[in-house]
Design a protein around this ligand. Structure first.
Ligand SMILES: [Zn+2]
Ligand SMILES: [Zn+2]
Length: 295
């Protein structure tokens, strides 16, 4: 299989007729033969498309013809793994579900990856806070970053109680591509944090520019790949296989459909234990379907 491209992007911008926009956008993506997942709402667009270079280039060119999206920032990754098997464009109230009424005008100031790297090089008095879910941070994070006890973004208000002691400190928040931090940092500003900034383009942009510096492990992604490599050389896993304890950071959804838990397993144990997280699950009757072919 030819390597393909996963292209991710978002923009908070008022879309008046989001429902019509979503319908037309789906038609458009299908006409290009793209796969992926795009959320559209009155507050903007949040998406990921997956296809050949030609398909993705056509998509971007067309999207950017729209003056609302002419400056949209795109993060791209080549992959040999299948990222998506279908094309979805979904209408959502929020393009990142927080369940909070966040005033995005309060979002924190942006730092470029270069500014963040410089800060860390100089060992400045700053704390990095990971705004992703805990299971994402488990397989990869910035060195010394604080991880929040959060299973999903809706738990943000509860989770940030963990960092209340940092209210007066200089903190830099980050997430995969930046979309969650625009909301999370606005929320932190709202509840009285004094000096919050966010990384423009998130981990993906930082990793494009400065791999093998301060990132450790892999970066979790919400598609069938589950994780991608950020570093070229320092690829030491942060976690281990649940079965044999070998250093490993390959996530797998338990193939017992009644469990479906995300867990870390090495290739050998995956085969040995029926792609399951434990002995019980390995013998459970309802199994996840194997999808072998691409289309
Ligand atoms: Zn193992
Ligand atoms: Zn299981």
């Amino acid at each position: 299989m030819e390597p393909k491209i996963v292209s991710s992007f978002y923009k908070y911008i008022k879309i008046d007729n989001a429902s019509d926009f979503a319908k037309e956008h789906l038609e458009f993506c299908l006409s290009l033969g793209l796969k992926g997942r795009i959320l559209v709402g009155e507050e903007g667009i949040n998406g990921c498309v997956y296809g050949t270079k030609e398909q993705v280039e056509k998509y971007k060119a067309e999207l950017m013809k729209n003056p609302f999206f002419s400056d949209i920032e795109v993060k791209e990754h080549m992959t040999n793994k299948i990222a998506y098997r279908k094309m979805f464009v979904r209408l959502r109230k929020e393009i990142v579900h927080s369940g909070l009424n966040i005033d995005l005008r309060k979002t924190a100031k942006f730092l470029t990856p270069a500014q963040v790297k410089e800060m860390l090089d100089k060992n400045e008095d700053v704390v990095l806070v990971d705004m992703r879910n805990d299971y994402e941070a488990k397989i990869g994070k910035f060195r010394n970053a604080i991880i929040l006890p959060m299973r999903n973004f809706r738990e943000l208000p509860q989770a940030v109680k963990d960092i209340e002691h940092l209210k007066e400190k200089r903190i830099v928040v980050y997430c995969t591509g930046g979309i969650r931090c625009e909301k999370a940092s606005a929320y932190l500003n709202e509840i009285g944090f004094r000096d919050v900034s966010q990384i423009k383009g998130g981990i993906l942009k930082y990793g494009e520019e400065f791999p093998d510096t301060y990132w450790e492990g892999k970066c979790f992604v919400f598609d069938d790949r589950l994780a991608i490599q950020i570093n070229k050389f320092n690829t030491e896993p942060l976690t281990e296989c649940v079965w044999c304890n070998k250093k490993c950071d390959d996530y797998l959804n338990c193939h017992n459909l009644d469990c479906d838990k995300l867990f870390v397993s090495c290739e050998e144990c995956k085969k040995l234990h029926n792609k399951s997280c434990c002995e019980n699950c390995a013998n459970a009757p309802k199994r996840r379907k194997e999808i072998l072919t691409e289309n």
